[in-house]
Design a binder for this molecule. Structure first.
Ligand code: PHE
Length: 454
């Protein structure tokens, strides 16, 4: 079966190799790159964090990507079904259930932040960011997110847009949308990065991004970098298993995984180059935290020549990036519902929308009205973020590498990576990948998880 031909199982499938790549990169590149990465870089001291992050992406992220690909493509089934096909009658399918749970939590708060993106794009279109003091933007952000109905409305619109794309299926919805939007996103972000890098005082920001200061590194830097690698590459969430199940047996999954990791990293670095030089040029501290793109940037846009237009482009990019990711998260849950409950796609999307809408509303309200509802000292929003990104994704990642490396084993891994010998990949390279999958990735995840949870 070549990409473009219907899957032999009669399931929906990607239509072309480029389509698979943009869909995967679309899932990876999202709020993780444009919102989370810049503020984590800012909080963790810049270049040293970036280097540690890069190490994790290639030594831990890539083996997990490959393992998820192997599981999804070999089984041609969704997150839970994949384990049932490959290890019938075993308990491994719990890993699939955890992945679906993880995606449910992620999309609940992701849709709220995507909704903020809608509100900020509308503000940009009204040229609201052309003046004002830094503090005023901080008040604007906190009063908006803590208010009740407007963020809920924005969350509803964002989730509805996600559902609308997913309802059209893999080839006609997800792939088509990503094919058009990813190049647009790339051009916009590159344009903003060039503008920011050519600001008169851009030097300090560039230094911050590219000259490591190792004295700022602590155990927390490693935790934050690994968590970010997981979140940004969408690992341990069943996304690559699900998308992998729509990929033809002729695709080279080693090349696809490497290209996805490179594209995701490139976008993160471009986002860094778009934001940090401007932040430093205006003498602002980069450690603003999650409010960086919603508080600091609007202030900067107000100071820049033509900043009003740059603001429009930036928030448009943020929204597009968020949507190409949110559709992948929803697809994991929808594919699961279709397979497990034998629902039609439309019904599965409707069910998903309803559940996520309620959970998302709770996340949104936890920034204001429900701020006192706390579990383990965390608001609902923070709890969902923590449990998904810091617990379930790590557990999911650990389970997939153990499953691929040990349960499926060397022969299956070699078979999948070489398409049963059709691709010429040197034996030593395959063995190195297998080593990463079997030993290095599980060890790294286990060490980090233990540090994080104790
Ligand atoms: N990788 C996405 C981002 O960077 C988030 C995501 C997580 C998408 C898990 C799918 C699954 O924003």
């Amino acid at each position: 079966m070549k990409s473009g031909e219907p899957s032999h199982t009669g399931r929906d499938a990607f239509g072309s190799s480029f389509g698979v790549l943009v869909a995967l990169a679309g899932s990876a590149v999202g709020l993780g790159n444009l919102w989370r990465f810049p503020y984590l870089v800012g909080e963790n001291g810049g270049a040293a964090f970036i280097l540690i992050y890069l190490g994790f992406v290639f030594l831990v992220g890539l083996p997990i990507l490959l393992s998820e690909f192997i599981i999804g493509r070999r089984s041609q089934a969704a997150a839970r079904g994949a384990f049932k096909v490959l290890a019938p009658g075993s308990r491994w399918s719990i890993a699939g259930v955890l992945a679906v749970l993880c995606c449910t939590l992620i999309l609940s708060f992701y849709s709220v932040v995507g909704g903020w993106g809608i509100e900020y794009l509308l503000k940009a279109l009204r040229f609201d960011f052309t003046s004002g003091k830094d503090a005023a933007f901080s008040t604007l952000f906190t009063s908006f997110t803590a208010s009740s109905w407007k963020p809920l409305l924005c969350h509803t619109v964002f989730l509805a847009a996600t559902a609308l794309i997913v309802v059209f299926g893999v080839k006609n919805g997800i792939e088509k949308f990503s094919k058009v939007m990813m190049p647009v996103l790339f051009v916009i972000m590159l344009g903003i990065a060039v503008r920011s890098l050519t600001l008169p005082d851009a030097g300090a920001g560039i230094d911050y991004l590219f000259r490591p200061d190792w004295s700022k590194v602590s155990a927390d830097t490693f935790l934050a970098a690994l968590g970010q690698a997981f979140f940004s590459l969408s690992l341990g969430s069943g996304m690559v298993i699900t998308y992998g199940s729509y990929v033809s047996r002729k695709e080279n999954i080693v090349a696809l995984s490497a290209k996805t990791a490179v594209a995701d990293t490139l976008f993160a670095l471009i986002a860094g180059c778009a934001i940090m030089p401007a932040v430093f040029a205006f003498g602002i501290s980069p450690g603003e935290g999650p409010g960086l793109v919603f508080i600091t940037l609007p202030y900067i846009f107000g100071q820049l020549p033509l900043g009003g237009f740059i603001a429009i482009l930036f928030f448009l990019a943020l929204l597009l990036a968020a949507l190409t990711s949110s559709i992948s998260v929803m697809e994991v849950i929808v594919a699961f519902c279709i397979e497990e409950f034998k629902l039609r796609r439309r019904a599965a999307v409707a069910l998903c929308f309803a559940v996520l809408w309620v959970l998302g509303c709770l996340c949104s309200l936890s920034m204001g009205l429900l701020g006192d509802w706390k579990v383990f000292g965390k608001t609902i929003f923070d709890l969902f973020d923590f449990v998904s990104a810091n617990v379930l994704m790590l557990v999911g990642g650990l389970l997939v590498v153990l499953f691929a490396g040990w349960k499926l084993g060397r022969k299956v891994v070699h078979d999948e990576l070489t398409n049963s010998g059709a691709l010429r990949i040197p034996e030593w390279f395959l063995d190195t990948l297998l080593f990463l999958i079997r030993y290095l990735a599980p060890a790294a995840i286990a060490v980090i998880a233990i540090f994080q949870w104790i």
